[in-house]
Design a protein around this ligand. Sequence first.
Ligand code: GLP
Length: 233
Amino acid sequence: MDLQIVNDKKTGGYVGFEIFKRALDNGAKVLGLATGSTPISIYDELGASDLDFSQLTSVNLDEYVGLDANHPQSYHYFMQQHLFNQKPFAQSFVPDGSNLDAKSATSDYDQIIAAHPIDLQLLGLGQNGHIGFNEPGTDPESTTHKVALTESTIAANARFFDNVNDVPRYAYSMGIGSILKSKQILIAAYGEAKAAAVAAMIQGPITPDVPASYLQTHPNVTVILDEAAASQL
Ligand code: GLP
């Protein structure tokens, strides 16, 4: 893993932008995108840049089950606000949270990923080591699946909702196996609260208890951290 320690999230945004730019220069056509607060500084740089995504495809990691694309807390809406309004892609895919039939929602998404192999996948890191919504215990070979969110993830994401009871209990997530098939992976983490998960991801055993530890098995991973997130390394 290539570690990039930066002063702050804003600088991380710039470093992340450079990695996207290089991937595009090298012919990347499909970008795997993530939500959460971590990628925002990268999206800010991408949005303000002169990069052109109009011929590219984006494939997002995950979506809450039960929220449609127009719901302000849906990941689809998040992507619209933080990137797609500024930089439209030729086509953008996000799992369909309004499809309550998990079987069709997940198999449709697997077909989309198979048809659009991901050149560069951006990831955030959950405090419990999750990537996408692949919670501890997820099969490392998993494809898109319906996930019951853990109490810690529900609590961590409650800040985006008026009330913790409004946080959806389920999500559709690309699997760990699907993420690992991406040609290149960029993961960022900032702040003290991520330090233990960062150390487990990079230095811990490769174990289902820490889904991000499977990134150790991938040949092309860049990790952007601030000092606080790197403090337990
Ligand atoms: C959610 C998302 C993840 C994200 C994580 C961390 O659970 N499903 O993709 O990485 O939150 O979020 P943040 O970047 O806000 O810390």
